[in-house]
Design a binder for this molecule. Structure first.
Ligand code: NCD
Ligand code: ZN
Ligand code: ZN
Length: 423
């Protein structure tokens, strides 16, 4: 079956995309193909490769009041994402081959986009005993993580690294030393002091990262830093890369565009893990992304119910949603502002994630690739409105912010999975 997406812009030129059997057959001059079974009118929008998020939380099974695979993947489609990697911190935790197999089936059945499953690094994320990593790789795990919680025991991390290196997989590390966190709810610093809230030092992240990097050197394990948030961590990743270690890193839009100087009231929407750091940290993250120390942008989409994000930062849940705001935020702050071009942004949000995680099924818009495509209206300006989110989670600190770049259509394997309704 053939599909033609006509009337689109690709790399600045008017083009059309011919798709056959779910794959891109040609990106050609407008008007080249005259007959096709199905025609989609791109209405002059810009075609980009479907975005890839290596860090998302869909809360099924066990926490479906926050999100389901269906609502989470709908949010992904609405945000222009065609592949997402989901974390294993559901209930029960995906920490054994049987649970992983069942989850992969469920993802396939319920997902509106492609979902790759990350397996738990330790049993029940308690960090005392590693999971059966070799068997979970065989069962289809794309990577391993303790996300939600740092691995406190060096011995557990070392064992996991050895097994992951042997299986040629990846660890995506939530790095956090519990003892240094000491029950903080936001970054330690003048804002926490002004609000009278317990702060946590950024050293909780970088000290554990330093420990892990020594073990990466010893094991050769591909180690990916999840949601990097401090300047010390950026320096450590830069050093590791200069030594040729197999280390990669992601940063979230919120750590790039928000910092703790912007927390002027006790606001649950500003609470996430790792916390928003200082302006100096934020500028180091931006510099690290621009110079290639940080490889990619990931959302850490962490939906929670409204009642879990009310009241005070002292006792509300950690985390914010991100799938439906990531494209517009990154486009607005980096591309529309003239800092980088669209292609660079797509390196961070499509090519690097696919290459570093060796994702087999995700398309990069090359001829022969799966037709994973988003059509975006780059000039469209609007205010972020959580009421429009497909996600069950409306917990975003960006509500009301004016952005550019509206995802209009998303296709996975040449099939439309999201179409923005005309007003
Ligand atoms: N980022 C968060 O604040 N929360 C995440 C866990 C995590 O990514 O560490 C969650 O699962 O809610
Ligand atoms: Zn985490
Ligand atoms: Zn996370």
């Amino acid at each position: 079956m053939k599909t033609l997406i006509k009337n689109i812009v690709w790399q600045g030129q008017p083009k059309e995309i011919l798709i056959e059997d779910g794959r891109i057959q040609a990106i050609e001059a407008a008007g080249t193909t005259t007959e096709a079974v199905q025609v989609i009118d791109g209405q002059g929008h810009t075609a980009i490769p479907g975005l890839v998020d290596v860090h998302a939380h869909f809360r099924e099974p066990g926490l479906t009041y926050k999100e389901t695979i269906s609502t989470g993947s709908e949010a992904a489609a609405q945000g222009g994402f065609t592949t997402v990697l989901t974390m294993p911190n559901v209930k029960p935790v995906i920490d054994n081959p049987a649970a992983l197999k069942a989850q992969i089936e469920l993802n396939q059945k319920e997902g509106h986009v492609k979902i790759d499953q990350i397996g738990a690094l330790s049993l029940n994320l308690t960090d005392t005993q590693t999971t059966d990593i070799a068997e979970m790789v065989k069962a289809g795990a794309v990577a391993f993580s303790n996300d939600g919680h740092g691995v406190q025991n060096a011995r557990t991390m070392l064992q996991a690294m050895k097994a992951v290196a042997k299986a040629k997989s990846t660890i995506t590390a939530h790095i956090e030393d519990d003892d240094l966190v000491n029950h903080g709810v936001m970054n330690a610093g003048p804002s926490a002091e002004a609000l009278g809230l317990p702060g946590m030092t950024g050293l909780s992240e970088s000290t554990q990262l330093a420990r892990d990097l020594v073990m990466v050197k010893a094991t050769g394990c591909h180690y990916h830093v999840a949601h990097v948030s401090t300047k010390e961590s950026v320096e450590l990743v830069r050093l590791a890369k200069s030594q040729g270690l197999p280390v990669t890193a992601e940063v979230t839009p919120h750590h790039l565009f928000l910092d703790d100087s912007m927390i002027i009231t006790d606001n649950p929407m500003m609470k996430m893990n790792p916390p928003l750091r200082s302006r100096e940290d934020r500028l180091a993250l931006i510099a690290g992304l621009l110079d290639g120390t940080i490889d990619m942008i990931a959302t850490d989409h962490a939906p929670h119910a409204a009642e879990e994000k009310e009241g005070s930062m002292l006792d509300c849940a950690f985390g914010i949603v991100g799938l439906e705001t990531a494209f517009a935020l990154v486009y607005t702050h980096f591309v529309a502002s003239g800092l980088v071009d669209l292609d660079t942004m797509l390196n961070w949000m499509n090519r690097e994630p696919i290459e570093e995680f060796a994702l087999q099924g995700a398309g990069q818009m090359r001829v022969g690739d799966p037709a994973d495509i988003a059509l975006v209206d780059l000039d469209h300006a609007y205010n972020i409105d959580p009421a429009t989110f497909a996600s069950k989670g409306k917990n975003t600190p960006f509500a009301g912010q004016k952005v550019y770049g509206q995802v209009m259509t998303t296709l996975v394997d040449g099939k439309v999975v999201y179409q923005k309704e005309e007003k």
